[in-house]
Ligand binder design. Structure first.
Ligand SMILES: [Zn+2]
Length: 329
């Protein structure tokens, strides 16, 4: 019988899969990263995940029964009870029984959650959200996502789609979103949207930046804005206003106490993003709480989903939420 004090976190992204083995104190002992290559199909991706975990355990001279569990963060809707990825468009996965595939190879509990929720869980336990009751971890990246912890629990929602923060409408009949609807926050203020707008609205953008149109990033747009380029400034102000609307809606609906912000856009100069966002919330959120909600940059940053995945065993301690128990019913 092993010691059951280590845990494995896996953060499956559309481009890379990150792995980490942590000890009981949360110390990262070993981490690795492989390419996802989603086009090879879910079976091949999951078998690569399994292989990698075996190889990492071997590298640390650990056995599967030394593990408390294996936690997976996935970029899409996951059913934490059945251990299934319901829908992950970036991976082209629909109803993939991930727990069955991986658990059989290790014989330890497997926990699965949407990456945004894993990130929020990490922030709540060991990051910017420590000591608070209600937390939202908002990712402002290529897309816009959000995970929430309410009263000490990951909030899934009755229909399991809680936190679709990026798909709240901020402009009726606005820009077309990846989700198929129009006017979503992500379609107006996500990284892809900002770059797309920049190419439309900033004359001679490539020449100004001295780079190829395909290489232009959201950081470039914020840099131009900081240099005082008027259309870039207007564009980033517009994006911040949309994100501000999103945050006010989130705060007014959930009474969340703390919001931590991560993702590529969060690295924009403070005076162009965090300061105006906080001012927007102070001025426009429901008055009884507008001054109390705390908004800051995430302390865990892009590691949050990986760390949270490794800590998922603490989210699903109750046997009813245990994937294996649920299947045995
Ligand atoms: Zn959408």
């Amino acid at each position: 019988m092993g010691v059951r004090k280590y845990s494995v976190g896996v953060d499956i992204g559309g481009t890379n899969i990150k792995f980490g083995i942590f000890d009981a104190t949360g110390k990262l002992l070993l981490q690795r990263k492989i390419a996802t290559d989603p086009e090879r199909g879910s079976d091949a991706v999951l078998s690569a995940v399994t292989q990698q975990i075996h190889s990492m355990l071997a590298a640390l001279s650990l056995r599967a029964d030394d593990l408390t569990g294996i936690g997976l963060g996935v970029p899409g809707t996951a059913d934490s009870v059945t251990g299934t990825v319901v829908y992950a468009p970036n991976l082209f996965w629909k109803n993939v029984p991930v727990a069955t595939a991986i658990q059989s190879s290790f014989g330890v509990p497997l926990f699965i959650a949407q990456d945004t929720r894993a990130a929020a869980w990490a922030e709540y336990l060991v990051g910017s959200g420590q000591g608070c009751r209600g937390l939202a971890a908002v990712t402002l990246g290529t897309g816009i996502g959000c995970g929430m912890v309410m009263d000490g629990k990951i909030f899934h929602g009755a229909l399991n789609t809680a936190g679709e923060f990026g798909h709240q409408i901020v402009e009726l009949d606005g820009e077309l979103c990846n989700c198929g609807r129009r006017g979503c926050l992500e379609a107006h203020a996500g990284g892809l949207a900002i770059v797309r707008q920049a190419k439309k609205r900033i004359p001679h953008l490539g020449t100004l930046l001295g780079k190829d149109s395909a290489a232009i990033s959201v950081a470039d747009v914020f840099q131009l804005a900081q240099q005082g380029n008027p259309p870039a400034r207007q564009l980033t102000q517009d994006a911040v206003r949309y994100i501000g609307i999103g945050l006010v809606n989130l705060i007014n609906l959930t009474s969340v106490e703390r919001i931590c912000i991560s993702g590529g856009i969060s690295n924009a100069p403070r005076e162009l993003l965090m300061e105006p966002l906080i001012a927007f919330v102070r001025e426009r959120a429901y008055q009884a709480i507008s001054g109390r909600v705390q908004i800051s940059k995430s302390t865990l940053g892009e590691d949050a989903p990986l760390i949270g995945a490794a800590l998922l065993h603490r989210a699903f301690a109750h046997p009813a939420a245990h994937p294996a128990a649920a299947r045995a019913e």
